[in-house]
Design a protein around this ligand. Structure first.
Ligand SMILES: [Zn+2]
Length: 148
């Protein structure tokens, strides 16, 4: 990508994140090298995620007194995590690519959904009680995309 000389890294990264899907669409899906690279990356992320995310989730659940049913690892292109009404928490393996503090925010967010299945003010109050800077973390997370 070519940019004016004084464009900050921040802006370049933001542009790439916002336009990632668009850029990706321009890469032909049939390109086997691209597909292979993506598969390899996904495999690596999954390997890392397996060793980390379920334990991090367990850690925060114990710390704050939540009980969930099970942890699932996902690679959805649009969501960092989800929590189902039967207590299954899904975490995106793409979380392995974001700073730890943002990863922790997603985990806390999904745990809080065990008590509030919505984004009501009571929900956000609960998130804030475990992550007082959640607003900042939520905003920073928008700079990243869960897609691989
Ligand atoms: Zn939510």
């Amino acid at each position: 990508m070519s940019v004016p000389q004084h464009t900050s890294d921040f802006l370049v990264k933001r542009f790439l994140n916002i336009n990632r899907d668009l850029i990706r669409e321009q890469i032909p899906l049939s390109d086997p090298a691209t597909q292979r690279a993506r598969d390899a990356k996904k495999k690596l992320l999954m390997k890392d995620a397996k060793k980390y995310l379920p334990y991090r989730l367990e850690y925060f659940a114990k710390l704050y007194g939540y009980s969930y049913e099970k942890c699932r690892l996902s690679h959805a292109a649009t969501r960092w995590g989800s929590c189902s009404s039967n207590g299954t928490i899904s975490l995106n393996i793409g979380l392995m690519q974001v700073p730890e503090i943002l990863r922790d925010y997603v985990i806390i967010h999904e745990l809080a959904h065990l008590n509030h299945m919505d984004h009501s003010s009571a929900f956000w109050q609960e998130v804030a009680s475990h992550d007082p800077k959640y607003k900042e973390h939520r905003k920073r997370l928008k700079m990243f995309s869960p897609g691989i």
